[in-house]
Design a protein around this ligand. Structure first.
Ligand code: PGA
Length: 251
């Protein structure tokens, strides 16, 4: 049984005051985590105030990124060891905006996946897909190669805890989500890739999320698909009301 995960990705949005207000407002209204897990990934400077505001509540506060070294002369980077020390469980790794604007390569992403596991946390590994690749029929190879490269050297025990998000970049922030069938097809492809790299048993434990213009109107249809175990929502996670609606997709 894979527990659904409804995750928000705030990107570079919100002040400490706004993040604390949001957290206090939603935490008591979130579903029981043994039925639906809920997380918000936020910029590093907001994490501790959000953890304090959540104080034992149901929201998982998550990071959007980290570096692959635990400490050292890496000005401006965020240590995975420090994130673990704050009590974090999830770190987004390899979001398409990190790949595109910050030149994160498959090798860097693989090192970050290792760093997250080495600090006893779990990566939410993102794979993207561009419209150009879809139109030229290269998208399947592209998704498979991103997953394969990111998981190089990752053990069976680590892999089974993994969360992977299928996020076609043509659907991100565009207001135009992939169709339910396209989203299911992408998530199925990712699960098959994990099965090929590891085993069917591990692939059945891995949670695969869809991301790209998820909103309260399409979440139910997405969550009804067999291979979609949750969503990673950007814009719709910024407002308390819409984030709560996503988490209550069963109602
Ligand atoms: P969006 O962003 O929901 O605003 O499309 C999703 C993401 O980038 O994770």
């Amino acid at each position: 049984m894979r527990i659904p995960l409804i995750a928000g990705n705030w990107k570079m949005n919100k002040t400490v005051t706004e993040a604390v207000t949001f957290t206090k407002q939603v935490t008591d209204q979130l579903p029981d985590p043994s039925e639906v897990e809920t997380a918000i990934a936020a910029p590093a400077i907001l994490l501790q105030p959000m953890i304090d505001a959540n104080s034992g509540g149901r929201l998982q506060v998550a990071a959007e990124n980290c570096y692959y070294e635990n400490e050292g002369a890496y000005t401006g980077e965020t240590s995975p060891m420090a994130l673990k020390d704050m009590g974090l469980h999830y770190v987004i790794i390899g979001h398409s905006e990190r790949r595109r604007y910050f030149n994160e390569t498959d090798d860097i992403i693989n090192r970050k996946v290792h760093a997250v596991y080495n600090n006893a946390m779990v990566p939410i590994l993102c794979c993207d897909e561009t419209m150009g690749r879809r139109e030229s029929g290269e998208h399947v190879h592209w998704v498979v190669s991103q997953v394969t490269a990111a998981l190089k050297g990752i053990s069976d025990d680590e892999a089974k805890k993994l969360v992977i998000a299928y996020e076609p970049s043509w659907a991100i922030g565009s207001g135009k989500s992939a169709s339910f069938d396209q989203a299911e097809e992408g998530c199925y492809l990712i699960r098959q890739t994990v099965a090929d790299l590891y085993s069917d048993e591990i692939a059945n434990q891995v949670r695969v999320l869809y991301g790209g213009s998820v909103n309260p109107d399409n979440v139910k249809g997405l969550m009804a698909k067999d291979n979609i175990d949750g969503v990673l929502a950007g814009g719709a996670s910024l407002k308390e009301e819409t984030f709560l609606q996503l988490t209550q997709y069963k109602n």
